[in-house]
Design a protein around this ligand. Structure first.
Ligand code: PMP
Length: 354
């Protein structure tokens, strides 16, 4: 830490993103990226836009906002785009949390929530999930704090039905409820249909997973127009050109190519189910995932141990060395070929310990 670093950040522990190693070619199953390239339409529009990069991007993101409003059945003033959905989560903490409105989220969830609270000086409460990593909805009913829920949850992949989230929304009318739907396209039930009914609902989404644009950095929030106006106040006060021109057009192309989107997500769901069934045969236990990853443990391997054994074999998965997660690994669902390689490695490793 330099002597110039503000004291208000002295105790900040930054989020640790999944590894992006450059030392060798890995089968990358550690950051829940799509194994498929962006839609050809997204690629073509982004390439065309490269010739316009001398000009700033449209801060209002008009083309993208109107394409998304149409695709998701909401009004343009109910949407705001950001640089990945991490960015809108940060704006949501800035906008809707403070000492009088602390944040609340499960103890096992996306690790960035607590970091965003820390960097913004916001108090937060973590409510433990049940032993099987399910969420007790009653814990959040009438909690009176700004609620952050990943649905499906990370890293477990466990989804919550929309009617359960409605109980949280209706019992907390004076608090914002942020529903992070980063993985919803792989089998979750979206709350987008509740926009218009609940003024305290903010749904966040990303193009990083189901639309194969993780490197483009594109996310968005959908909510009541007054919430979106607040979020835009902060966006225009920090980085009004937060979406670059090429990403904006890649987003337009990705939304237009619904057929490609459906083919990719359906394939991931199929491969997830097949991989889960094969892993269960090898003795793995897992949470019921509705996301593009599996959260698994094996009685004969420690979590860190299995992570290291796979890494030695050129397969990268995500391990979290925290008390509740240390026996597990989160494995992204890759291509059929990636999963064949994974299963071969796992057959070999479990066979050695039979
Ligand atoms: N929410 C959850 C639950 C995630 O796992 C991720 C991916 N790390 C994100 C949001 C953010 O993704 P992105 O910033 O790429 O949109």
């Amino acid at each position: 830490m330099s002597r110039f670093f503000s004291g208000k950040y002295a105790r900040l522990t930054p989020y640790t993103p999944g590894e992006q190693p450059q030392d060798r070619q890995y089968i990358k199953l550690n950051t829940n990226e799509s194994p498929f390239p962006p839609s050809p339409m997204a690629q073509r529009l982004a390439r065309l836009e490269a010739g316009e990069l001398q000009l700033y991007s449209d801060p209002a993101c008009k083309k993208l906002v109107s394409a998304a409003a149409e695709a998701f059945g909401v009004r343009p003033d109910e949407i705001m785009f950001t640089n990945g959905s991490d960015d809108i989560l940060n704006f949501a903490v800035m906008a809707f949390c403070d000492a009088d409105h602390p944040a609340v989220f499960p103890d096992v969830t996306y690790g960035l929530y607590s970091v965003l609270c820390a960097v913004n000086g916001v108090p937060y409460e973590e409510i433990p999930l049940a032993e099987d990593f399910t969420l007790r909805v009653s814990d959040y009913c009438g909690v009176g704090k700004t609620v952050f829920l990943a649905n499906p949850n990370a890293p477990t992949g466990i989804p919550l039905p929309r009617r359960e989230i409605e109980k949280i929304l209706s019992s907390n009318p004076d608090s914002v409820v942020v529903v992070d739907e980063a993985y919803v396209d792989f089998g979750g039930e979206s709350c987008l249909g509740l926009i218009g009914t609940y003024k305290n609902l903010l749904v966040t989404r990303t193009f990083s997973k189901s639309r194969s644009l993780a490197g483009g950095r594109l996310g968005f929030g959908v909510g009541d127009r007054e919430l979106i106006r607040d979020l835009n106040t902060l966006r225009y006060s920090t980085n009004p050109y937060n979406i670059n021109r090429m990403t904006m057009m890649a987003g337009v192309g990705a939304l237009a190519d619904e057929k490609y989107f459906r083919a990719c997500t359906e394939e991931i769901i199929r491969v997830r189910q097949e991989t889960a069934a094969e892993m269960e045969k090898l003795g793995f236990e897992m949470t019921p995932s509705a996301a593009n990853f599996l959260f698994v443990r094996h009685p004969k391997f420690g979590g860190a141990e299995l992570y290291a054994l796979l890494r030695d074999r050129g397969i990268l998965v995500r391990h979290f060395e925290t008390p509740r997660l240390k026996d597990y690994n989160r494995i992204s669902v890759g291509s059929r070929e990636d999963m064949r390689a994974l299963l071969n490695a796992l057959r070999e490793l479990t066979g050695e310990r039979a």
